[in-house]
Design a protein around this ligand. Structure first.
Ligand code: GLU
Length: 492
């Protein structure tokens, strides 16, 4: 079993989000636990941006991660925006470091160059599937001769670098919540460490950085458990000590499936814009998994971040998936709202759903459409409601059935999810969808208008959804589809 002792070293933990879209509520959850763990031990909490997967990179996402974490109230000691002694903290700025480390592994033969083409890999995968074997790298390039490698390099054949997982035996590590976990090497693939474009994969970059940044405790979601044996082998390949691993249970939807945007809003931007209070959200996340003792504050389930730092025990977290119950979060949020002074409540409204910036954008959309200022509310109520639920007379186009309309609404949702939130991009995406599915522009936009605004008339639609925001618009669309599903279920 590998040695896992970075004893006596000052505690250093990190979160390592990838900027691939809206900041996720799971990032706040894992961030909270890391933050508490560091603060309880006088340690350091590091924010590292893992942006080496260029295919999934979203440029606005990094700033959104910073903003969302600051909004919930978690501050980091080192990170791309505050620097620190172990920077850079953005992996795309560390590619030279990964290259140097790949050379170390090639030299000590714990990794090897793989020249297999995509077609060859696909053919081998098919063969394995046909033979009902697990699909994994077949090992073709594990033992190439020095001459073959030199000739391939000379011919400039593209290659990746793979970890040479021992063909026999197993790797065991300790998970601080679960105890010893063993993976048979037969089930561990020869992981790609360096891609042919010269960018590292998550596995290599993550291990190199955790080591170079002196991370003592890796506290992350349990979906990474199956990657951990590869990481442990990598630590061994470099001759490094292994940090402690803590894998936190995944947050779950009410039906116990892994939390997903189909069933729950998962974007922190949504929670902010919909007017959840950051202290209520943190409190709620602190309730997940049972790290807080029950008797705190007479079992009210209400506690502050300072109280969490005082009483939370990461080692007491239970492994049964904690349920992210939105109804409970709303109840808790309501408790916080009722505890506010009227002045604080008003101030909170003015900072969020009634902020100057929001109101002035809305005013800009309706100025030419009113005759008196008093008509402001007639045209804008949907900007201030949490949900709108149009009746069938409102959303159903004359010539369409309910079924095809709901199917098309689901398509609209999928398209808008993947669209940049500007009027131009939305317009192009909506039109392309309508043309592809033979929905007239008018029908297409009327349906979206009904779902987004609840009515048949509104200020300019796309400008309105841009102001209302992506996270809240998508949530409204999902709730509409869910609501319709329930109605259909009820009729059976
Ligand atoms: N970049 C990974 C993520 O997006 C980090 C996982 C880890 O903490 O090792 O969650």
């Amino acid at each position: 079993m590998t040695k896992q002792t970075i004893s006596s070293a000052p505690i250093r933990v990190r979160i390592a989000p990838s900027p691939t879209g809206d900041p996720h509520v799971g990032t706040a959850y894992i961030g909270l636990i890391n933050y508490i763990y560091a603060r309880q031990r006088g340690g350091q909490f590091v924010l590292r941006i893992e942006d080496t997967d260029r295919t999934r990179f979203v440029s606005s996402s990094e700033q959104m991660i910073f903003d969302a974490l600051k909004w919930v109230g978690l501050s980091w000691d080192e990170g791309p925006d505050v620097s620190g002694p172990y920077g850079p903290y953005r992996q795309s700025e560390r590619t030279e470091i990964y290259r140097e480390h790949t050379e170390i592994l090639l030299a000590n033969e714990t990794a090897y160059r793989c020249f297999c083409t995509a077609e060859e890999l696909e053919a081998s995968r098919r063969e394995q599937m046909a033979a009902k074997q697990p699909t994994r790298y077949a090992g073709t390039c594990r033992a190439l001769t020095a001459e073959t490698i030199a000739a391939n390099l000379e011919a400039e054949k593209p290659f990746v670098v793979r970890l040479k997982v021992p063909s026999e035996g197993s790797t065991t590590f300790t998970d601080e919540l679960r105890g010893a976990i063993t993976f048979d090497h037969f089930n561990v693939d020869d992981q790609v460490l360096m891609k042919s474009d010269g960018f590292p994969t998550y596995h290599l970059a993550n291990v190199v950085d955790d080591h170079l940044m002196c991370i003592t405790d890796v506290i992350r979601a349990e979906e990474w458990i199956s990657s951990t044996p590869k990481h442990v082998l990598l630590y061994g390949a470099f001759g490094w000590e292994v940090p402690k691993f803590w894998h936190m249970p995944l947050l779950r939807n009410l039906d116990k499936s892994k939390i997903s945007k189909r069933k729950n809003p998962v974007s922190l931007v949504y929670y902010r814009q919909a007017g959840f209070l950051p202290q209520a959200l943190l409190n709620f996340l602190g309730l997940m998994g049972g790290g807080m003792p029950n008797e705190i504050n007479n079992g009210t389930e209400k506690f502050t971040l300072a109280e969490m730092i005082e009483h939370f025990e990461v080692k007491n977290i239970r492994l049964g998936g904690p349920v992210f119950d939105l109804t409970k979060l709303k109840w808790l949020n309501g408790e916080y709202i009722r505890a506010m002074t009227p002045g604080d409540f008003y101030a909170a409204l003015r900072e969020t759903v009634l902020s100057d910036a929001y109101l002035s954008e809305i005013a800009g959309l309706i100025q030419t459409r009113v005759e008196t200022l008093g008509q402001f509310g007639n045209l804008t109520h949907f900007f201030f409601a949490d949900d709108v639920m149009p009746a069938a007379e409102v959303f159903l186009p004359k010539k369409r059935t309910l079924e095809e309309t709901l199917a098309f609404a689901a398509e609209q949702l999928a398209v808008l999810e993947a669209t940049e939130w500007t009027k131009e991009a939305l317009e192009a995406a909506m039109k392309a969808l309508g043309e592809g599915k033979e929905w007239a522009v008018k029908e297409n936009f009327m349906l979206l208008r009904a779902i987004a605004t609840g009515g048949t008339m509104s200020p300019p639609l796309l400008e309105s959804v841009v102001v209302f925001g992506k996270a809240r618009t998508l949530d409204r669309m999902r709730r509409f589809l869910e609501g319709q599903k329930k109605l259909a279920g009820g009729k059976k």
